[in-house]
Design a protein around this ligand. Structure first.
Ligand SMILES: Cc1ncc(C[n+]2csc(CCOP(=O)(O)OP(=O)(O)O)c2C)c(N)n1
Ligand SMILES: [Mg+2]
Length: 693
């Protein structure tokens, strides 16, 4: 497969032509192209022929690559300009991507044959073995000096055949947390992660804020710099694991958990080997109890290295997660009366489709009582986009008419500045924490707040509301009206593939991506997908970026989704800004190392459109609105993102012409499915600072 072929950024540009014709560029030695790429870095390095390739001269900077996305803003050197005007030559055949066997495996520990009896000698041995015994399949890891006892325990466990979690090396903590997030959002099961002391934790905080606001359970752990100074001061014997490196002093925190405590459900420091079992079981039970969320344990090195041989432990968890909260029967009855008697009910949700059961409960209620459903900024889809009660993505139109609003697991059901429920309307909130008590400010009107897991609470509400419902005739009349409304919303909002626009728009890109989806495709969306264009019928197939909006989530989450659902195709749609936030080299490394092929589609507008959109909505007639190139939004010259993935053996292509898009998407998806390797499609959208979506 020719992975080197790329679309020129501007018509008439061809980087390879320029390279060959540049008067100053020395051609690389024949046959030496990509030589380094075809050799495993540290295995067969010695086998490289001694007639080493001369490095290509630095002035062979590809001209196509230096041109701005949509206009000649940057000054282009005259030689390059001349070269750019030369007619294209045939592209030389590119070398294949390196085929280095991945070192890690995506299979969970549980799928491996029966393990040898587990006999932990140290707290670190026990920590790893008990994680596996509690169903933790993966340990997302980014190590440092604090890991020594864990590394030693893992090596020992492997040698002795213990059952251990599978290590997933994540070269940046933020993408690692996003991966754990992606795994849990698909399976509902928390995994564990371990990072390097406070600095690794600091790198992960963005992802943990996302996980926290999305109620995603993760057992997040970090080493703690050794507590003891190695006996030097007193002249005594050093504890195993004591400080032996200069960084161990500066890395100490007064309160390591403090830097992110407000986004954790619980945090604790392991203080003695005897606590290992209790701490793991308590951490997991709390993370898995509703409302779910990440928990944090710090692990000092001496404690990890300490003796466990005389400790007792159980084969199974000793602490069960708490049962979900259940709504007060009187409040439920009151809500049922309101819902049953409503003339114009409206259901608004963001996370209602979190599980198959909650999706079913929403569908059942909406279908039988003929309640229109709006997914507002959804992170999950509860209803098929084609369902007659699916009324689109913006609540403000129906909100004006609604007399009863049912807000289901939704932190922000509307934007007060854009519209409010009418006076006299009743608003019922449902969810494990219907007041979102951990949010500092949230003033949406609340007449009744039903605390409870979504599925059972809605089922009970639905049954009770049916008994109090308006007449069947009224419900059927409402069904007719809502069905027509739902169809109109779809018909009006969808443009589809025809006609092909003059340049690629975000909406048209979404319509093209939609064509790729089938019932076994998962779409992970970090900002750009225009949902109106999507046809997604099954729950569990769409995941939108977390409500906290910490960018850099999508790529890692897509890898985590693929790890969790290896039989599914995973497509990740993201902006050019989001791609850069996502630690792409780390993501592409993990994709190759773990054999987790994902198709990444970049909606590249060479800017942070959202930043400018926000300025325009705040100062519609301000100075910035009149600027051709408003400050703080440019990402030009746009990087040639398609090159990055090739460093990890993936297919990288760029398209800027509408006619090229669908074939390029199909080719990239075929590559992901058949070659089982990742691909990046860098889609250059029309670039205009004035248009914001
Ligand atoms: C970690 C983080 N930093 C900054 C932001 C603010 N922010 C929100 S959207 C956005 C721009 C995203 O750019 P891109 O992915 O290219 O999407 P576009 O807005 O161009 O459609 C930024 C910077 C954020 N949400 N998260
Ligand atoms: Mg952008």
């Amino acid at each position: 497969m020719d992975i080197e072929k790329t679309q020129p950024l501007n018509p008439g540009d061809n980087k390879k032509d320029k390279k060959a014709e540049s008067p100053t560029a020395k051609p690389a030695a024949p046959g030496s192209a990509n030589l380094a790429d075809t050799l495993p870095l540290n295995k067969a390095a010695g086998k490289a022929p001694s007639t080493a390739a001369k490095p290509a001269a630095p002035v062979a900077q590809e001209v196509a690559d230096t041109l701005p996305l949509n206009k000649g803003a940057a000054p282009i050197p005259p030689a390059a300009r001349k070269a750019a005007a030369e007619p294209k030559k045939a592209e030389p055949k590119a070398e294949p991507a390196p085929r280095i066997e991945p070192t890690l495996k995506p299979e969970p520990a549980a799928s491996r044959p029966e393990a040898a009896p587990f006999k932990p000698e140290t707290a670190a041995d026990a920590w790893l073995g008990l994680l596996a015994a509690r169903g933790i399949e993966y340990l997302f890891s980014n190590g440092g000096t604090d890991f020594a006892p864990v590394v030693e325990a893992y090596a020992k466990g492997q040698k002795l055949g213990w059952r251990l979690p599978q290590i997933v090396i994540v070269p940046h903590e933020n993408m690692g947390v996003a991966m754990a997030h992606g795994y849990a959002m698909v399976t509902g099961k928390p995994q564990a992660m371990m990072v390097h002391v406070g600095v690794g934790t600091a790198n992960a905080i963005n992802g943990l804020i996302n996980a926290s606001r999305q109620n995603v359970p993760i057992l997040f752990t970090a080493g703690r710099t050794p507590i003891t100074e190695g006996g030097a001061a007193s002249g005594g014997a050093a504890l195993l694991g004591a400080r032996n490196n200069y960084i161990h002093w500066a890395q100490e925190h007064f309160d390591q958990g403090g830097m992110m405590r407000e986004f954790l459900k619980w945090d604790y420091e392991l203080r003695h080997a005897e606590q290992v079992e209790t701490v793991i079981d308590r951490a997991l039970a709390i993370a898995k109890s509703e409302p779910q969320g990440p928990v944090y344990v710090t692990l000092p090195r001496e404690i990890l290295a300490s003796d466990f041989a005389n400790q007792k432990y159980s084969e199974v968890a000793t602490i069960a997660p708490a049962s979900p909260p259940a709504a007060d029967p009187e409040a439920l009855e009151e809500a049922a009366k309101l819902l049953g008697g409503a003339q114009h009910p409206l259901l608004i949700t963001a996370n209602g489709g979190r599980t198959a059961e909650s999706s079913r409960a929403i569908e059942q209620l909406a279908q039988t009582l003929a309640v229109p459903v709006i997914h507002y900024r959804p992170r999950h889809l509860a209803l098929s986009t084609e369902h007659p009660m699916h009324c689109g993505w913006d609540p403000h139109t129906l909100l004006k008419e609604a007399d009863v609003v049912l807000v289901v697991d939704c932190d922000v059901p509307w934007i007060p500045k854009e519209g409010q429920p009418k006076p006299g309307a009743k608003v019922i909130h449902v969810g494990p924490d219907p007041l979102f008590a951990r949010y500092p400010l949230r003033g949406f009107r609340t007449d009744i707040a039903l605390t409870g897991a979504v599925a059972p609470t809605l089922q009970t509400l639905w049954r009770a509301a049916q008994k109090q419902a308006v007449s069947v005739k009224q419900i059927e009349e409402r069904r007719r009206v809502v069905t027509t409304y739902s169809k109109n919303v779809r018909d009006k909002a969808r443009s589809g593939l025809e006609p092909m626009p003059a340049s690629i728009t975000g909406k048209w890109l979404s319509a093209c991506v939609n064509k790729l989806l089938d019932a076994s495709t998962i779409l992970v969306n970090e900002y750009p997908t225009v949902l109106e264009e999507m046809v997604i019928k099954e729950p569990g197939r769409y995941f939108g970026n977390p409500s906290a909006g910490g960018l850099g989530w999508g790529m890692g989450a897509a890898l985590g989704a693929k790890l969790a659902a290896q039989d599914k195709t995973v497509i990740c749609a993201l902006g050019d800004g989001a791609y850069m936030f996502g630690n792409p080299t780390a993501v592409h490394y993990v994709s190759e190392a773990m054999r987790l092929p994902v198709l990444f589609v970049i909606a590249n507008n060479a800017r942070w459109a959202a930043v400018h959109r926000s300025t325009l909505s705040t100062y519609p007639a301000g100075f910035a609105s009149k600027e051709k190139e408003p400050p703080f939004a440019t990402l030009e010259p746009s990087p040639r993102f398609e090159h990055v993935v090739r460093a990890s053996g993936g297919l990288g292509e760029r398209v800027s012409e509408p006619a090229q898009l669908m074939p390029a998407l199909e080719k990239a998806l075929k590559y992901v499915k058949e070659e089982k390797r990742q691909a990046v499609l860098n889609v250059c959208l029309e670039a205009s600072y004035v248009k914001t979506s």
